[in-house]
Design a protein around this ligand. Structure first.
Ligand SMILES: C[S@@+](CC[C@H](N)C(=O)[O-])C[C@H]1O[C@@H](n2cnc3c(N)ncnc32)[C@H](O)[C@@H]1O
Ligand SMILES: [Zn+2]
Length: 297
């Protein structure tokens, strides 16, 4: 997944973002009011966070699509922000229709310039979803909603095929996804990914994707590293049962001399598995595997 360069250069035209980026970062870390109110704050969000949320949704969707028989053709991106999730979905799917629903006017206004979709004002707490779609995505937004369980039930009812929820890998996000997962399974949902089972996951699966850092990102957030790893958690819930992988790789595989150590989420819980070079086919697969990949064997 490559963050589009034309979107990146639009972001880089915005000056005076450093203070806004620092303020947002502090508000997110301390759990204070996270709503973005000014054009500068919206621009700072897109410059510092949009590439990472785009990357996380892209990876989560890639892992989800492996389990769907029919690719979704319509999208509702709820709490769309500036459209990171829609941008990622558009790179992976040939959509007939994409609707971005967003409460904050400053985010919608910037999003409309960056991402081609049907943008609409919408508050998930107060409003009913205006239509249904094959794929409903809520990325990095449910942690901002006062009653996330009721909000997620609305999203679930609007999803014709799959509901994809992406959040950070922070313990509170992980706990939130566990609650949502249990509630929707009771309402008939099936897990497509990440876990290869519908039972409660003993240790929440979380993943990472590598994000290239722009010059502006380095200026705003400091440091010279060319990449950052965005850690994220997700759940993909489907209306009908799907074929699942037998295990999912958590954490980066540990490559040793003639062996690879894997941490796997399996229907029997989280297990540590060592694959030895003597097991040729499996070893080859394990050497190539990344965190998040399905694994058989
Ligand atoms: C952290 S941003 C994530 C934006 C985008 N989905 C992404 O992944 O980059 C959270 C977004 O959710 C929006 N939001 C929060 N509560 C909302 C609600 N009740 N209804 C609609 N949007 C909401 C915020 O305005 C903000 O744009
Ligand atoms: Zn799991």
């Amino acid at each position: 997944m490559i963050f589009p360069s034309d979107v990146r250069s639009l972001l880089e035209q915005n000056a005076g973002l450093k203070q806004a980026a620092a303020d947002i970062s502090l508000r997110y870390r301390t759990g204070r009011d996270k709503s973005l109110k000014t054009t500068t704050e919206a621009a700072a969000y897109t410059a510092t966070r949009m590439p990472a949320t785009f990357g996380a949704v892209g990876r989560a969707l890639e892992l989800t699509l492996e389990h769907l028989e029919t690719p979704p053709e319509t999208l509702l991106d709820v709490g769309a922000g500036t459209g990171a999730a829609t941008l990622a979905v558009q790179q992976l799917l040939d959509l007939k229709n994409a609707v971005c629903l967003e409460r904050a006017a400053v985010m919608r206004e910037l999003g409309q310039k960056l991402v081609n979709a049907d943008w609409r004002a919408f508050d998930l707490t107060a409003d009913d979803l205006p239509e249904k779609a094959d794929l409903v995505v809520a990325s990095y937004m449910l942690n901002e909603v006062a009653d996330p369980i009721s909000a997620t039930r609305k999203l679930w009812n609007a999803a014709q095929s799959v509901l994809l929820i992406v959040e950070s890998a922070l313990p509170e996000s992980v706990a939130l996804l566990q609650k949502i997962r249990a509630d929707l399974i009771e309402r008939g949902a099936h897990i497509a990914a990440p876990c290869p089972h519908d039972k409660p996951c003993a240790e929440w699966c979380h993943f990472a994707c590598r994000i290239e850092r722009s010059r502006l990102h380095k200026q705003l957030k400091g440091g010279d590293a060319p990449f950052e790893d965005e850690k994220f958690s997700f759940i993909a819930l489907t209306k009908v049962p799907v074929s699942r992988c037998s295990a999912r790789i958590l954490r980066h595989p540990q490559i040793g001399a003639n062996k690879v150590g894997l941490t796997l989420c399996t229907p029997d819980g989280i297990i540590e598995k060592t694959v030895f070079k003597t097991d040729k086919t499996l070893y080859k697969a394990a050497r190539k595997a990344k965190t998040g990949d399905g694994f058989s064997g």
